[in-house]
Design a protein around this ligand. Sequence first.
Ligand code: NAP
Length: 324
Amino acid sequence: MLGLGLIGGSLMRAALPHTSVFGWTRSAQTRDEAAADGFDVSATLDQALARAVAMDALVVLATPVTAFRPLLKQINELAPNVRLTDVASVKGIVAEQVAELAPHTRFVGSHPMAGTQYSGWLAGAGDLFTGAAWVTCLDEDSDIDDWVSVARVALAIGSHVVPADALSHDQAVARVSHLPHLMALALAQVGEEGGELAMSLAASSFGDGTRVAGTRPELIRAMTETNAEALSSALNDVLALLGVARASLASTGSLVKITEGGHAARLRFDRRGGDLIPVQLSGGDLVEQLLSVGASGGYVTDIGADSDGLVIEALYPDPGEDAG
Ligand code: NAP
């Protein structure tokens, strides 16, 4: 594990019951905190990479994306063929950086859809990923065995695996993760401009809507600025909706369109997951089948094998639900 903050530290804790795990992080203070909790921490990056090579370990990049380039250069030098994944909130730019700087690694991008607004080793928790979606990237060029080795880690710690290509991932998280961070940042500022009375009256709707504004700014910048195209598209859509709402409020006094539309969307979100049915994936076009599962809102629950090869269990939206 390279980086022992909220996500790397949580993954160390979650993985330990299932496999041997060791880590490194740049600051002595964080290394000491992890070691004091009984975890195996290497003193230097070079030592951690040497151990990874010796053990054929899966290396996980768990720092902000902005720290990836020097790490990838070091990996290319000391562990060029290692199995590699990352947990960053953007996938396209990471794939580009790996292709440029560590092209011989067996890389599979991933992204756990779990977190809090807190940072650092002490914020980590072993159950952070339980029940969470964990994106594991693949496309037609992917090595399915490398993908399986990353997906199995996510499954072992209780996540459900969502296969997706990097571009689709980045477009999706722009709307459901990166945009909410920007909205929270804006709302926190607009609320505060209401003055002391407004702040003293701020309750759960303000607290819920601004929660992720408490995330360290450099982490928010690292994920939003590296997903600019998809985020701009999502921002255009929200600004258009708000523009229509403002115009309607001024002209007719009605907010019926945004309230009815948003309420219905939220209820559909609350109802999700009830219509999933089990399917089994196998055969030669596994990548295509897996991407289809992810794109349709399904996810992988187990990975096994029989004499003919991999057998992957997944939950998939019931086609019968759409037919009606
Ligand atoms: P965090 O708690 O702030 O931890 C960041 C870790 O990266 C720390 O171990 C820190 O080292 C290390 N680091 C920071 N800058 C570095 C640099 N320039 N060079 C080397 N190491 C550096 O952050 P986090 O929330 O775990 O985020 C880590 C990754 O997970 C990010 O890519 C983020 O996009 C992704 N992610 C975050 C969330 C979330 O909700 N927070 C959710 C999913 C994915 P020291 O402690 O030693 O200084």
